[in-house]
Ligand binder design. Structure first.
Ligand SMILES: Cc1cc2nc3c(=O)[nH]c(=O)nc-3n(C[C@H](O)[C@H](O)[C@H](O)COP(=O)(O)OP(=O)(O)OC[C@H]3O[C@@H](n4cnc5c(N)ncnc54)[C@H](O)[C@@H]3O)c2cc1C
Length: 413
C-alpha cells in the first residue's frame, strides 16, 4: 500500500507515525528544508528564535501521548502573568496553584476582589469539565462568556484581553469560548513550557520517532489529480492513499476557497544585557495604545536560548501595522516606556511577520468524526484548521486521518 502524506508539520509527523504503527511505510513530502511547519526555531547571532512565540501546554492530552517531556527537557513558565504599564507592574497568580498568592492579589489593582474569587471558581469549574464537554458547550464568544460569568471590565481589560489576544491572535476576544475554556483548563492543569533547545525540539523529537518513513524535504506538491501527486519538480507519484497535512485548498481544486483567511502576528526579537523581568513569566501590556501585546524573556525560561549570556526578549504584536519597517523602532520606544531602559539598549535581532499563524475556525472542536477527515476514499485531511489552532489539535487530526484511512481499507464500502 503506497501512502503519501503531504506536509511534515505536527499533523503530518503524527500521521506518518501512526501509519508506521499500523505497519505502513509512508512517503512524507515536505515543501521546506525542515520538519515542524509552524513549530520551528531559527538560530540567529547565537540566539534561538522560535518562529512566533509559542508554548507547549503540558496538560495537552495529545502531548502526553506523543511526547517524552524528559527528553525535551521542558522549561516551565511561572503560572500567571505580569501586567505591565509605564511606571507600574502587577502580578496575577494562578489561585489554585498558589492559594497564598490570593491575598497579595486581593490588594492588586488588576481586578476587583470578586474577580479574583471568580478566577478561582472558574478554574475549579473547568477542572471538573471534560474536554469533550467543553467543546460541546455553547458556541459564544470568549468576551460574552467572561461577561456572562460576571467578570468586571477591569479584569477583562487588564488580564483576559491581553493574555488571550496573545493566544488567539485577535483583538476582540471574538474567538469561541470553547477554545477559551480549553486553554484556561490546560493552563490550570499543567504548565506552559518550552523545550530547553527551542520549540523545534518538539518537531525533531517527532521526526526521530519515524523509522519506516521516506521523508523527502524540499519537495513541494503542486496539485493532486485523482490518485496522482504532482510535484513542483515535474515528478508525478502514484498513490493508493493520500493524507493532506497541509492546506488542501492550495493543492486540491475541489477545496479551493474553503478556508477562511488565517490570523497573523508579528514577532520581534531583541537582545539586552539583562532581563528586566528576571522571571520566566509572560508580561502583558493591557494599554490599547501600545502596539506590543505581550513580552517574554526567553532566556529567563531557558538559558540555552542565548549562547552569549545576553538576554533574549520576544515581543508579540497582534495589531496590523501600516508600515512594518517602522515596527522595530516603534516597539523599542514602547519597551523604553515599559521598562525605563533607554531604547538604544534594545538590540533588534529579527522580526517575523507570520501571515498564516492560526486558522480561523468557525466550529471549534476537540475531536473529528471520520467523515470530516475523509474527502474521497483515497484522500484524507489532517491539520489544525479542522479542529482548532493548537499543537494538541494538529496531533489529534494526524491520528484521526490515519484512523479514517484504515477504515476504508478494512471496510472499502
Ligand atoms: C505564532 C504562532 C503561535 C502559536 N502558539 C501556539 C501555542 O502557544 N500553543 C499551541 O498549542 N499552538 C500554537 N500555535 C499553533 C500550532 O503551531 C499549530 O496549530 C500547529 O503547528 C499546526 O500544525 P499543522 O501540521 O496543522 O500545520 P503546519 O505546521 O502549517 O504544517 C503544514 C506543513 O505542510 C508543508 N506544506 C505546505 N504546503 C505544502 C506543499 N504544497 N507541498 C509540501 N509541503 C507543504 C508546510 O511547509 C508545513 O511544514 C501557534 C502558531 C503560531 C504560528
Amino acid at each position: 500500500m503506497k501512502v503519501i502524506v503531504i506536509g511534515a508539520g505536527i499533523s503530518g509527523l503524527i500521521a506518518a507515525y501512526e501509519l508506521e504503527r499500523s505497519g505502513i511505510s509512508p512517503i512524507l513530502l515536505e515543501g521546506t528544508d525542515r520538519v515542524g511547519g509552524r513549530v520551528t526555531t531559527d538560530e540567529v547571532d547565537g540566539f534561538l528564535l522560535d518562529r512566533g512565540f509559542q508554548v507547549l501546554l503540558t496538560a495537552y492530552p495529545e502531548a502526553k501521548r506523543y511526547l517524552d517531556f524528559e527528553e525535551l527537557k521542558l522549561k516551565k513558565f511561572d503560572s500567571g502573568a505580569i501586567i505591565l504599564n509605564p511606571g507600574s507592574s502587577f502580578t496575577i497568580q494562578d489561585p489554585l496553584r498558589q492559594p497564598s498568592a490570593m491575598l497579595g492579589m486581593a490588594f492588586s489593582p488588576v481586578g476587583t476582589l470578586r474577580d479574583k474569587l471568580k478566577i478561582y471558581k472558574l478554574t475549579k469549574q473547568l477542572s471538573k469539565k471534560s474536554i469533550d464537554e467543553i467543546f460541546e458547550s455553547n458556541d459564544i464568544s470568549t468576551l460574552a462568556y467572561l461577561k456572562g460569568f460576571g467578570f468586571s471590565d477591569k479584569i477583562i481589560d487588564n488580564f483576559f484581553k491581553p493574555f488571550f489576544k496573545g493566544i488567539f491572535l485577535e483583538n476582540e476576544l471574538s474567538t469561541s469560548a470553547r477554545m477559551f475554556q480549553f486553554v484556561f483548563k490546560m493552563f490550570g492543569e499543567g504548565f506552559a513550557a518550552v523545550p530547553e533547545g527551542g520549540m523545534r525540539m518538539i518537531s525533531e523529537h517527532l521526526r526521530s520517532k519515524l523509522n519506516q518513513t521516506d521523508l523527502r524535504l524540499n519537495t513541494v506538491v503542486e496539485k493532486i489529480e485523482g490518485n496522482q501527486v504532482w510535484l513542483k519538480n515535474g515528478e508525478i507519484i502514484q498513490a493508493d492513499k493520500i493524507i493532506i497535512a497541509s492546506r488542501p485548498d492550495r493543492i486540491l481544486t475541489q477545496m479551493e476557497g474553503q478556508l477562511k483567511p488565517y490570523r497573523f502576528v508579528y514577532n520581534l526579537y531583541f537582545s539586552l544585557e539583562k532581563s528586566f523581568l528576571a522571571r520566566p513569566i509572560i508580561g502583558l501590556i493591557p494599554d490599547d495604545k501600545f502596539l506590543i501585546n505581550n513580552i517574554v524573556f526567553m532566556t529567563d525560561v531557558s538559558k540555552t536560548y542565548s549562547s552569549n549570556k545576553k538576554a533574549l526578549l520576544s515581543v508579540s504584536v497582534v495589531k496590523k501595522v501600516e508600515n512594518p519597517s517602522s515596527l522595530e523602532k516603534l516597539v523599542s520606544i514602547e519597551l523604553e516606556a515599559l521598562s525605563g531602559i533607554s531604547s538604544e539598549y534594545f538590540k533588534h535581532i529579527k522580526t517575523y511577520e507570520i501571515k498564516e499563524a492560526l486558522p480561523d475556525v468557525d466550529d471549534m472542536k476537540s475531536n473529528l468524526p471520520f467523515t470530516n477527515s475523509k474527502v474521497y476514499d483515497h484522500i484524507f485531511l489532517a491539520g489544525d484548521y479542522l479542529l482548532n489552532g493548537s499543537i494538541n489539535a494538529a496531533m489529534t487530526s494526524g491520528r484521526k486521518a490515519v484512523e479514517a484511512m484504515l477504515l476504508t481499507i478494512q471496510d472499502p464500502h
